[in-house]
Design a protein around this ligand. Structure first.
Ligand SMILES: Nc1ncnc2c1ncn2[C@@H]1O[C@H](COP(=O)(O)OP(=O)(O)OP(=O)(O)O)[C@@H](O)[C@H]1O
Length: 575
């Protein structure tokens, strides 16, 4: 990623570094001019014109430095920001291209950290890292040259003797501070995590009367956060005094030996003043050496973490020469035994069934029996071996996932809505909103009346920035969203569990009435909804135990019959 970036944007670094070197050189000339003024003022009749020319020159240099400084920042910081922008976009696209299994095993907090902290660390390495290393090296060498050639080489070697101490302290403490800082960051993340979970889980916490427990947990983490920050503060407090100690040693040596040279008139007073300014200038590059190593080290570690995402291969491999299908006429599962990537347990065992366009297919069964897995595989959300799933008699592996997903409208069991207007949620992923269509599908999903009751109707914002919808309302909005796509295959994965049984039945039968020609795959725990289904697949522990329509399954008096009877009695009892 960085290589490609530098290939395109290298000239910004060349321009930026040139400006940086110019600023450093200009800066080095200031003490020389000051020394001239000091020496001149010692004359009995100083030429004030000469002094004012020099003063104006110094002002000119300062002005020039300000301008050139703007440009080096513009080029180098600008380039690093550009990298951050491009890398973030590449990462985002990569993330969207990864299979579901990637998200099953990677925590969202960690992914967020890669998008924020890690990218920032790489950017810092490309900005501060570059600036500090060039600045520190160039300034250190040039300052020593200026000190030696314009003042005195012997005095220079004596005075800079303690400077490696400054670099060493910066390096060692820099590392320690970095380690402590990372620890403090971790503790802070843990603290934020518990705060966020407490806020989102406040209802559960209160209903379980778990306030004391949460308080204890929070206090523990808060204390750890406090302690790591205190430890960081202690190290930082030692850092600067130690640095200034070594730096002042240089001044002491300069004063002792330089002072003697001034008295012996080996060095002029002006030169001695300039020498002290140069010493001050040398402290910064020494400190920078320590910092730069840390910035680059951190950047490298973060870059490695970012590249982990970039190297990730999607589990669902897209075909090289995909076969394009225009509609889903037939679906067939042939002896499918399936286990999720990285898992050792078969969640579907020898599953075979087929259905054709226009069928209403119900998938029912015990909890965790593999119902959702079937539809997720059909939508190509997870990889499946060849020869197991066919659409229009074409192996699913020969059809691109985009092609399949463009032909189906999938409503997953978790009703996820974006924090945006309801109408935008319904017309999701469309460039324009056809309001009439939005209302039409909201009516079909039996949520129109609920939406109308909100003061801002379809413009109501959902979620944190707006109103909180009930579980049932959310589910029905997600159905309207799927209907809005106007696809020939509708998949409802237990997506009406939070509405009452009567409403679920009403929604499904209205949809069936209206869309006789559409294929509907419905996963549900309420069997009554499937009375008109053409095919009902009954699963238990990954195996199809029964299959057929409602009448046939009732006659068999197996698992379906038992579940149906039980639900009938429960329904009666509710009345
Ligand atoms: N991404 C995954 N990785 C590994 N195992 C999984 C994954 N998703 C589901 N499983 C496992 O596969 C089995 C079947 O899950 P699935 O969600 O298909 O069941 P289900 O019949 O839809 O369940 P429910 O009725 O509770 O919604 C479960 O044992 C589950 O733990």
């Amino acid at each position: 990623m960085i290589k490609e970036f530098l290939k395109k944007h290298w000239y910004k670094y060349v321009l930026g570094i040139t400006c940086l070197v110019v600023v450093d050189l200009l800066q080095l000339y200031v003490p020389r001019y000051v020394s001239k003024v000091v020496d001149h003022l010692r004359y009995e009749k100083p030429d004030l014109n000469y002094v004012s020319i020099i003063i104006w020159s110094v002002i000119g240099i300062a002005f020039g430095m300000a301008i050139v400084r703007f440009f080096w920042r513009y080029f180098i910081i600008g380039a690093s920001r550009k990298f951050e922008y491009l890398a973030r976009n590449i990462l985002f696209d990569k993330l969207l291209s990864l299979s579901m299994s990637y998200f099953d095993v990677n925590r969202s907090g960690d992914l967020m950290a890669k998008f924020t902290n890690d990218l920032q660390a790489v950017r810092m390495a490309l900005a501060q890292g570059v600036v500090l290393s060039v600045d520190a090296t160039f300034m250190a060498i040039m300052t020593v040259i200026f000190m030696g050639s314009f003042v005195n080489w012997r005095l220079t070697w004596i005075a800079i003797a303690p400077m490696p101490g400054v670099a060493l302290v910066a390096l060692l403490f820099g590392r320690l501070i970095h380690k402590k800082f990372m620890k403090a960051q971790q503790e802070y993340s843990a603290l934020s995590e518990i705060t966020e979970e407490t806020v989102s889980g406040v209802r559960i916490i209160k209903s379980f009367a778990a306030n004391d427990l949460m308080h204890r947990l929070f206090n523990e983490r808060s204390m750890r956060n406090y302690k790591t920050n205190m430890s960081l503060a202690k190290v930082s407090s030692l850092f600067f005094p130690l640095m200034t100690f070594f730096a002042s040693l240089s001044y002491v040596l300069a004063l002792r030996f330089g002072g003697a040279m001034v008295i012996r008139e080996q060095v002029s007073l002006g030169e001695f003043v300039a020498f002290n300014s140069y010493l001050g200038m040398l402290t910064w590059p020494m400190m920078a050496f320590g910092f730069v190593l840390n910035v680059i080290q951190r950047g490298r570690a973060s870059y490695k973490r970012i590249m982990e995402i970039m190297k990730e291969k999607p589990h669902v491999v897209e075909p090289d020469n995909p076969i394009k299908i225009e509609s889903i006429e037939k679906v067939e599962f042939r002896n499918l035994t399936y286990r999720y990537p990285g898992s050792t347990r078969d969640v579907l065992k020898n599953v075979s069934f087929s259905f054709t366009k226009g069928n209403m297919v119900g998938i029912v069964g015990t909890v965790g029996s593999g119902k959702s897995t079937i539809v997720k595989l059909l939508a190509k959300l997870y990889p499946v071996e060849r020869g197991k799933i066919f659409i229009n008699d074409v192996d699913i592996n020969d059809i691109s996932s985009q092609n399949i997903r463009n032909l189906i409208a999938f409503v997953p069991s978790e009703a996820f809505l974006f924090s945006d207007e309801i109408q935008k949620n319904i017309a999701f992923a469309q460039d324009t909103i056809d309001f009439e269509k939005v209302v039409n599908y909201a009516k079909l999903a039996a949520v129109h009346e609920d939406i109308e009751k909100f003061p801002q109707g379809y413009k109501t914002i959902v979620g944190e920035r707006g109103v909180t919808l009930s579980g049932g309302q959310k589910q029905r909005v997600t159905i309207a969203r799927a209907l809005y796509r106007e696809k020939d295959v509708l998949i409802f994965d237990d997506c009406l569990s939070a509405v009452d049984p009567e409403t679920e039945e009403r929604i499904i039968s209205t949809l069936r009435e209206k869309y006789r020609d559409k294929t509907m795959i419905i996963i549900t725990h309420r069997l009554k909804v499937l009375k008109d289904a053409d095919l009902i697949i009954v699963l238990d522990d990954g195996k199809i135990v029964e299959m057929g329509n409602h009448e046939k399954l009732m006659q068999q008096e197996g698992l379906y019959y038992k579940m149906f009877k039980k639900q009938l009695i429960e329904g009666e009892l509710r009345k």
